[in-house]
Design a protein around this ligand. Structure first.
Ligand code: SAM
Length: 280
């Protein structure tokens, strides 16, 4: 009998530990262990990696990560009520699960984990984008993580993988695709969760590239992209007026028409514009 078979079904865990879902903590649990194992497999080979899991809740995905062979999992959970349920899982997998009762926004992963590190999580929706942006914008690249396998609302997942010319294309797509490869690997209907959220969800897998796809200064690129998409309906010469005094020349030098809108501009062209602005 494998370790996972010694653990009670998640519905029983939730009932015995009285883990009624709290909306304020973004709690929509995955109770199907076949599904959580499938999500864990999307994270790649875990046997040589430490895995950071944010928001394990009653531990459905945690079980998946461990049964799929993760070398070690650090599970960071804010809700103290979940800790005893997670301790039962830790006992079934001696030495492989560490539990941190705290806020994911406040931890330093490298203080607890040994590289290579993969991140896997069914994220609380209220902090999902904030965590992703943080993981995509460290001061040094490559980042602490080798890959991120993350559940998002479908609409956010589409923004991460969006291409120019689509409504979903914006800052998140540029940040994600500049230094990582991002794909949607799984789509889930609301009914996959307990309680079901209002919208569909999707799992995005991001792999960190060793270096950016195109050279650019991270801060300048970030400033340009934020300004361009903050006023996405305006022509770039107007939207970027505050970024550089001779923005029309900079745009032309980067091969971008000043009358173009942010939505039409490729990642490569934004990087070229960031270089033009840095050199000015
Ligand atoms: N991973 C579990 C699953 O798939 O069933 C639960 C996912 S649920 C969408 C999000 C989890 O994140 C909840 O357990 C919630 O308590 C936890 N959470 C919310 N805010 C958090 C924070 N700031 N830091 C750590 N965990 C948090």
């Amino acid at each position: 009998m494998s370790a996972i078979d010694t653990l009670p079904p998640l519905r029983e865990v939730i009932a015995s530990h009285q883990l009624s879902a709290r909306k304020s903590l973004g709690q929509n649990f995955l109770l199907d262990l076949n599904l959580t194992a499938k999500i864990a497999r999307q994270a790649g080979d875990l046997s040589q990696c430490d895995v950071l899991e944010i928001g394990p809740g009653p531990g459905g995905l945690t079980r998946g990560l461990l049964s799929e062979g993760a070398r070690r999992v650090l599970a960071v959970e804010k809700d103290t009520r979940c800790i005893p349920a997670l301790q039962e899982i830790a006992a079934a997998y001696p030495g492989r699960l560490d539990i941190l009762n705290g806020d994911a926004l406040e931890i330093d992963p490298l203080a607890h984990l040994t590289p290579p590190i993969r991140v896997a999580a069914n994220l609380p929706y209220n902090i999902g984008t904030e965590l992703l942006v943080r993981w995509l914008t460290p001061s040094d690249w490559p980042p602490f993580w080798q890959s991120l396998t993350l559940m998002f609302q479908r609409e956010v997942a589409e923004r991460i993988v969006a291409q120019p010319g689509s409504k979903a294309y914006g800052r998140l797509a540029i940040l994600a695709q500049w230094r990582a490869e991002a794909r949607i690997v799984l789509s889930l209907p609301p009914g996959a969760f307990t309680p079901p959220p209002k919208v569909s969800s999707a799992v995005v897998h991001l792999t960190a590239l060793p270096a950016p796809r195109y050279p650019a200064d991270a801060k300048v690129l970030s400033r340009v992209v934020a300004a361009a998409f903050n006023q996405r309906r305006k022509m770039l010469r107007a939207a970027l007026k505050g970024v550089s005094p001779d923005i029309e020349d900079r745009l032309l030098a980067a091969g971008i028409k000043p009358t173009e809108r942010a939505e039409q501009v490729s990642l490569e062209a934004f990087c070229s514009l960031a270089r033009q602005i840095s050199e000015a």
